[in-house]
Write a protein that binds this ligand. Structure first.
Ligand SMILES: [Fe+2]
Length: 288
């Protein structure tokens, strides 16, 4: 469930044994844990360790590294620029680590986020409550033919650990939930695409993953009784995980940074471990 890697550098080269362990564990559904890899803030950046830097509407501040556009921050002017620079430095570091540690030749670096609001005590609808066990599925960003969601996190809180729960293997979860999913109405993915609700049209894979995400969060018995392990990520540590296959819940903590990556299933060392392949095996048909 947790594969600890003693890396201390954000850039490679890393030794062959470490790289082999990393990809095998990651693709098997483990969380890669880097206890000795702190993301260090500059002295001037510690001012951003307050919930006040968020605009209060979205849970995360996000940065699009291709445009430099930052969303959901309350800051303006020089302070906004300095916060964006901190988020970008983290995102670039995460990208170099992923590039040097893993065998994937084409990894898309998507949004980078800063999560400055304490997880505990927030109130959300069930579907948007990430304190409930779930696999990630993005309502507006279709993954079409099973494109993967890989996320790199850093706990930058000065003294509070980030608490997660990690659930049972994806295949066990999907086997239990698939028979009770209700099919999405025909035409809806087409309409959402036309209306610009989604960036591109959702595939059956996207619809299935969204349904699994929602069904897990709505099922109180599953949340309370399904097997789960608690993980505590201490301040100054990082972790990397395929969040589309690992059931996870973020229960507590503040001040985390996160970089999302996407890659095609064909890039994987073992594509059979992709959630789309698991769903196809269970359903006996294509879901792309
Ligand atoms: Fe998540």
């Amino acid at each position: 469930m947790l594969e600890e890697l003693p890396l201390t550098q954000w850039k490679g080269p890393y030794d062959a044994d470490t790289k082999a362990r990393a990809v095998a564990a990651l693709e098997s559904g483990a969380v890669l844990f880097f206890p000795r890899l702190p993301f260090r803030l500059l002295n001037s950046e510690t001012q951003f360790l307050t919930a006040g830097v968020a605009d209060g509407k979205a849970k995360n501040i996000s940065l699009d590294h291709t445009t430099g556009r930052m969303q959901a921050s309350s800051l303006t002017g020089d302070k906004a620029q300095a916060l964006a620079a901190m988020i970008e430095r983290f995102g670039a570091g995460a990208a170099s680590l992923v590039r040097d540690l893993l065998p994937y030749r084409e990894v898309e670096r998507a949004r980078t986020s800063f999560r400055p609001v304490q997880v505990k005590g927030r109130s959300y609808s069930k579907i948007s409550d990430d304190r409930l066990l779930h696999v990630d599925a993005f309502p507006s960003r279709p993954m079409r033919d099973g494109r993967r969601i890989l996320r790199f996190f850093a706990n930058v809180a000065p003294d509070s650990p980030r608490h997660w729960h990690v659930g049972e293997p994806f295949e066990d979860f999907a086997r239990a939930f698939l028979p009770r999913l209700t099919p999405h109405p025909p035409g809806r993915s087409w309409l959402y695409d036309k209306l610009g609700v989604t960036r591109g049209r959702r595939s059956r894979y996207d619809e299935t993953m969204l349904s699994l995400h929602d069904a897990a969060k709505r099922d109180d018995a599953f949340q309370q009784t399904s097997p789960q392990d608690a993980i505590s990520f201490p301040p100054g540590s990082c972790w990397l995980v395929f969040t589309d296959v690992v059931l996870h819940a973020a229960l507590g903590g503040e001040f985390a940074l996160e970089q999302t990556f996407h890659l095609d299933v064909g890039q994987m060392a073992d594509p059979a471990k992709a959630p789309i392949k698991v769903l196809e095996r269970l359903r006996g048909e294509s879901v792309a």
